[in-house]
Design a protein around this ligand. Sequence first.
Ligand SMILES: Cc1cc2nc3c(=O)[nH]c(=O)nc-3n(C[C@H](O)[C@H](O)[C@H](O)COP(=O)(O)OP(=O)(O)OC[C@H]3O[C@@H](n4cnc5c(N)ncnc54)[C@H](O)[C@@H]3O)c2cc1C
Ligand SMILES: NC(=O)c1ccc[n+]([C@@H]2O[C@H](COP(=O)([O-])OP(=O)(O)OC[C@H]3O[C@@H](n4cnc5c(N)ncnc54)[C@H](O)[C@@H]3O)[C@@H](O)[C@H]2O)c1
Length: 497
Amino acid sequence: MSAHEGQERDHWDVVVVGGGQAGETAAQYASQFSGLSTVLVEEDLIGGECEYWACRPSKALLMPVEAQSVGRDLPGVREMIADRSLDVPAVLARRDDIAFHYADPQEVAWLKANNIDLVRGRGRLAGPKQVAVTASDGMVRTITAEHAVVLATGSSALLPPTDGLAAAFPWTSRDVTAVREVPRRLVVVGGGPVACEAVTWLHALGVEETTLVHRGPRLLTMMEPFASDFAARHLTLAGVDLRLGTSVTGVSREDAQDRGVGRIHGGPVTVTLDDGSQLEADELVVAVGRRGGTDDIGLETVDIPAPHGYVEVDDQCAVVGTDWLYATGDLTGRALLTHMAKYQARVAGEAITARALGKPFNGLTTAEYDAVAHVVFLDPPLCAVGMTESVARQRGIEVETAEYDIAGISGAAISREHYDGRAKLVVDPATDTVIGATFAGTATTELLHSATVAIVGRVPVSRLWHAVASFPTVSEIWLRLLETLQQQRRTAPTPPA
Ligand SMILES: Cc1cc2nc3c(=O)[nH]c(=O)nc-3n(C[C@H](O)[C@H](O)[C@H](O)COP(=O)(O)OP(=O)(O)OC[C@H]3O[C@@H](n4cnc5c(N)ncnc54)[C@H](O)[C@@H]3O)c2cc1C
Ligand SMILES: NC(=O)c1ccc[n+]([C@@H]2O[C@H](COP(=O)([O-])OP(=O)(O)OC[C@H]3O[C@@H](n4cnc5c(N)ncnc54)[C@H](O)[C@@H]3O)[C@@H](O)[C@H]2O)c1
């Protein structure tokens, strides 16, 4: 055991419970410029869901799907690819590389390089500034914090109490991202990013019959309706059988058994739908959301409620009602995304440092949520930042919107033969600034950040005219959106005097 694994001491300035992206970043920011000693408590692999069972492996599985699809749409490449399917072992091997082969020596080295100590085991609050850690051999030790404890215990897949579901050992997000055996027939329940992304790569990896069952009337409900329609259209074109407005009422399975993550969990599974019909499949995926990691972390020992399964934090990511307990990442339920988890962790680390050193809070110690960017990596991808039109209107903002078909942009038309894409800006006329943007289509994900900068910087639309995009890139969509906005403003009827 290396010296930095923290066996020799039981007191640090800062104790972080949970070593996912949120925990690692909080530990880094609490200690890097402050001289505060910090320890990370982790019961599993350091790096969390993102590195091994979420973002990284899922994107490694999706990149070949998009590359194949763009290639098939480009003369010269199309002929080379023809109807060949993906090389499944090669795709899974690269996924394993990207998921660090489900081991964390690179993270341990990173902690060491950043002077962060490590205690392996399950952490549980045992009173103010105290954490009891249970090691894998059952030994319990109590460690204490001089200044702060950060909770960063993340989230796990939610399994609804549907009849027969738990007994069927359905796949969850861990199985789909760590897939080892590709089922022939698949049913996926859910309509959020996990369900839509998983169905995309599993179908491309060779599932012959793929059905997606979603209780809502549209997929990806957090996005603009046109983006939901875009996702549904492309999943259908790919051959996925979409059952929207449909709920699962029961599940049964012969010979159900947990054969390991990513392996088929038993015999055929029968899924009963609310219209009385049944689907039979070789595997069932449940992707209906997450539950915060509040179970058995000792919140009751410091009188902190978690009524909705998440821990409520203030703008410094301090748990409401305390000045020493912080929570970051999925556990806060604010925005279940890695970049937001790390952002909250940077804020918490800076706030802990400021409090410990008696310095005032500044711009780095306050978290904002007006411009949460998110990408859904479908084929083609979709992305959005800030408010949708309907959210803005619910908040009483009389927005202006501009929409444009991205296929009309030279950069898009050059990028593939049959480009399909659309963009929408949501503008607050009172401030003349963008408050939301949504893009769907190939090569749009890398332009999302321009919209984030526009929103966060509160850049007036009149100034955006001077941010000239390169030709021929998809970013020229900005010009078309601004022209659309201007045209609408010029032709809008004048209100009666
Ligand atoms: C399939 C999938 C794909 C995703 N793709 C993306 C994406 O492309 N982009 C994106 O931004 N987001 C994505 N997300 C969301 C992203 O994975 C999460 O927002 C992110 O992992 C949250 O990080 P976290 O550190 O808060 O939590 P986690 O990653 O859950 O880490 C929590 C850590 O705490 C540990 N822990 C829990 N309890 C204890 C305890 N009591 N004691 C000690 N340790 C404990 C756990 O073992 C874990 O290591 C995806 C999610 C899923 C499911
Ligand atoms: N590319 C990305 O950034 C990415 C990818 C995957 C996941 N994520 C993050 O992970 C989080 C979890 O994603 P998710 O797709 O699991 O959840 P989600 O909450 O986004 O979507 C779940 C869907 O399931 C439905 N649902 C909820 N309970 C249900 C039930 N009992 N029966 C049937 N349907 C039910 C909901 O109405 C919702 O539409 C998201 O918040 C997202 O931010 C991000």
